[in-house]
Design a protein around this ligand. Sequence first.
Ligand code: SF4
Length: 378
Amino acid sequence: MTRTGIYIHIPFCESRCSYCDFFSTVPKAAEIKTAYGAQVVAVLKKELATVRAEEIVSLYIGGGTPSTMPGRFFTAVGRALTAAGIDTKKIEFTVEANPADITAPFLRTLKKCGVNRLSLGTQSADDAVLKAMGRRASREMLAKVLPLARKEFDNISYDIIYGFGKRPRDLAAELGWLFELAVPDHVSTYCYTRPERRKVPPVAREERIETEEEAIHRFLAASRFTRYEVSNWARRGFESVHNRLYWSWDRYIGIGAGAHGFTPADGVRYHYPESVMAFIKDPVPVVERSPRDVKMREFVMMGLRTKEGIRRTQFKKLFGVDIAALMSVVTRERFIDAGYATLTKRRLAATVRGFDLLNSFIGALFDDIERYARGHER
Ligand code: SF4
């Protein structure tokens, strides 16, 4: 059985946030959303016909802002799943929502369609920061909708962005306030990176990024959350099923403009072009075939993000070599002997301390992979 997730991309937003680099547009006419939603559901049905119902473990509707889609879209998605024999109670079914779109009827519609996890784009609890980010929600709004979301859903996640703008922030106080309103089950943290365009808010200085990151980590650890992935924290049992598929080299089907998919059996990735109209007219994905060393790097980069790290047997099965055998002495000394990573019979993983040096560790392994690939070209 191939554990499979489905990702649906909704590339629509009500307005553009100042920090955002995702593919999304502000549609001028409601008909565009209707036509796009219909095409998504048509492709979803086709994809569902190619898999066994019991293989589907998650469906994630992300964006953009999925919560700007009409209720009938979610109803159609829920019906497509049921018609394919999928019991939505048995899968993780997530919808990303902007707190500004949340109302009691909207939450009830989602629940009725089988949605069982809500990922909320909270980002900050400071009105000045929210304004500078161009977010539609305010503290007043968050105070109203977060308890509502908590009441309706057994699994909710908050997004938090740090390292944003010039002004120092008290992240512990922001999180404390959000948790007082409603304690989530999962928190995703993102360090702001400057989008490649003019007139974007500044990135915080390195020391401030570190202070904010530490404040977040201390708060979440004290709230009994576990850092199960470099940017993701969860209460026990609430780790994201869908995100884990990306990190553990499992299968995911991408649907929608800009959506990506992956088949582990042949290591083939594909994506739909970032064009709403192209997806509506003729949804044809672009297939990407990568050489073995590129796949090795992808596997390492994704797997090491999690606290469990990489399974050595899986790496060997996929690429025909033990990751320990291609690791240089220098990499071992710098990261394993120094306590930033552990290498056991079964796994290679970053330690909690090693998460802070993860990019350097991955970079060193990339060099080792390149050296190995050069030596095995002929
Ligand atoms: S709502 Fe999300 S996707 Fe849309 S502009 Fe803001 S950050 Fe980007």
